[in-house]
Design a protein around this ligand. Structure first.
Ligand code: HEM
Length: 401
């Protein structure tokens, strides 16, 4: 029962473990991770909306680091502390309101032609290629280019941006088994901060239209983001919107390849696309878990979660809870209702969900329109990322047909 997220069998298919935990030990203290593992749908929602539980897990962790590591991480921690995602009310409420001024339906709708163009251009690079890794050549560049466009980053910086974001994700995403993860995260952060500082200064000097300008100008009751808050928010949006959406696209393509009957149903009935995206999110979506810390001792189903304890709210498990979803282990593209928790729950609910759904719809459907009978290169030609927070693929080698 000791859930081990790095175990190759668990990584390949964590769902039987979650089933066992939901039924036998739903509030599970994990000795290896020294954390609580919460697996039932209602309990996950309760944790994510409890006042006793905080999103600030940085400072507790940071205060315990040896000096050398603390020094290395000082800058990244400074900026991560300014991410709305790591703040509690009232700071979080204030930042979220200012962010919402820029995240309008109009600004997302305006992205649609751009996402189509980015997807077409990415697809055209696959022409005349038979075997390819779809993560690096399709699922990753589409969200990267989309988010770069949103934030006004020149597209020729794609490789640099991707490497900074990957380096930071070593720390934020909880990658284990990487000895240099702190050095890499700190380097990625320094580069990103100086880039955003420059681009914000440049936009102020030469005002233009678009999301970044809206964010710079966003104000609620005369309150605006400080320069450091703006930089931190750009980093948050870049980070939050890149790897997650990459994983939506690659997990989605893999799931549809493995479920050819559902794929052909989708291709015959494109009006099922919206529901398909929701089902991909639920069935094997990009959010394996969300991390929280206990702020105030919390009694939960006869267990005591102590101040300072770490808690993993297992979204992947909640999304397969048999008390909520009918036949949860079946992938059914027309599942409705589908109240999955992949975009979170409570005050931190994803602010970019509309954009992510749009990218997922365009990237997944256009891929299969062009390559409807694509198959895996070999049975084991895909590899999962070894991490507990995101769920996504490192590679997905396919034969394009
Ligand atoms: C499929 C893709 C995506 C998934 C699965 C996803 C998932 C999530 C989840 C689960 C949260 C809540 C985190 C928590 O409670 O700790 C969240 C928050 C957030 N997401 Fe997304 N996201 C996706 C795409 C995006 C995109 C494209 C953007 C921006 C363009 C974005 C921006 C944000 C921001 C800014 C927050 C923080 C909100 C807050 O703390 O109030 N996300 N996302």
């Amino acid at each position: 029962m000791n859930y081990d997220p790095s175990d190759p069998n668990t990584l390949a298919n964590p769902y039987p473990y979650f089933f066992a935990l939901r039924n036998e030990d739903p509030i599970h203290w994990n000795t290896k991770l020294k954390s609580w593992i919460i697996t039932r749908y209602d309990d996950v929602r309760s944790i994510l909306s409890s006042d006793n539980i905080t999103v600030d897990r940085l400072n507790n962790f940071y205060s315990k680091l040896p000096t050398k590591e603390a020094k290395l991480l000082a800058e990244i921690v400074k900026y991560l502390n300014l991410w709305a995602a790591f703040r509690n009310p009232p700071d979080h409420t204030r930042m979220r309101k200012i962010m919402m001024v820029a995240f309008t339906r109009k600004s997302i709708n305006e992205m649609q032609p751009k996402i189509n163009a980015i997807t077409d251009a990415t697809l055209s690079k696959l022409k005349n290629i038979r075997e390819i890794d779809l993560v690096n050549n399709y699922a990753s560049p589409i969200p990267a280019l989309t988010i770069m466009h949103l934030l006004g980053v020149p597209i020729d910086m794609l490789d640099e941006f991707k490497s900074w974001s990957d380096d930071m994700s070593k720390f934020i995403g909880g990658a284990r088994n990487d000895k240099h993860k702190y050095e890499k995260a700190s380097r990625g952060c320094r580069k990103m901060v100086s880039f955003f500082r420059e681009i914000i200064e440049e936009r102020r000097a030469n005002p233009s239209e678009g999301f970044l300008m809206d964010l710079i100008n966003a104000s609620v009751a005369n309150d605006k983001f400080s320069d450091d808050e703006l930089i931190a928010t750009c980093m948050l949006i870049l980070f939050a919107g890149h790897e997650t959406t990459t994983n939506l696209i690659s997990n989605g393509i893999l799931t549809l390849i493995k479920n050819p009957l559902e794929l052909s149903k989708l291709l015959k009935n494109p009006d099922l696309l919206d529901l398909t995206i929701e089902e991909i999110m639920r069935y094997d979506g990009p959010t394996n878990s969300l991390v929280r810390n206990v702020e105030k001792e919390h009694e939960f189903h006869n267990k005591t979660l102590k101040k300072g304890d770490r808690v993993f709210a297992m979204i992947s498990s909640a999304n397969r809870d048999e008390n909520i979803f009918d036949k949860p282990d079946v992938f059914k593209i027309d599942r409705s209702p589908n109240r999955h928790l992949t975009f979170g729950y409570g005050p931190h609910l994803c602010i970019g969900a509309a954009l992510a759904r749009e990218e997922g719809r365009i990237a997944i459907f256009n891929f299969f329109k062009q390559y409807p009978t694509t198959r895996l290169k070999a049975e084991n030609s895909f590899k999962w990322i070894d991490a507990i927070v995101p769920r996504g693929l490192k590679k997905l080698d396919v034969t394009l047909t």
